[in-house]
Design a protein around this ligand. Structure first.
Ligand SMILES: [Zn+2]
Length: 113
């Protein structure tokens, strides 16, 4: 399962940050998930809770922050919003798009005690 691997990756980032900053317990984390990242936020939340149960982030609240999809349209020579991969340009209806944002998944912020 794709989300399980991602959850382990997220936990690794959280554990590294906790070690670096000397955090005893992470109580919440903010995960930025791009609209175009093909990550199912609820599945990722569920997997994270499972992999984190023995870690510094056990029981941590997972806040999902959605990041909008963005692309550059070669026809319009302008940045446009993109709701899903494979969608046409909302301005000209063309497909000469280069995705520029919204495919990322990253840990934005941690809250610790
Ligand atoms: Zn366009």
């Amino acid at each position: 399962m794709h989300e399980m691997a991602l959850a382990e990756e997220v936990l690794q980032i959280v554990q590294d940050a906790a070690r670096r900053e000397g955090l005893r317990r992470v109580v919440a984390l903010w995960l930025e998930i791009g609209q175009l990242s093909c990550v199912e936020p609820e599945a990722l939340r569920f997997c994270f809770e499972a992999v984190a149960c023995d870690s510094v982030a056990a029981g941590a609240r997972v806040e999902i922050v959605a990041a909008a999809g963005a692309a550059w349209c070669n026809e319009c020579a302008a940045p446009v919003a993109l709701a899903a991969l494979g969608d046409p340009c909302p301005l000209c209806g063309g497909y000469r798009l280069r995705v520029t944002g919204g495919t990322q998944m990253r840990v934005q912020q941690l809250e610790a005690v």
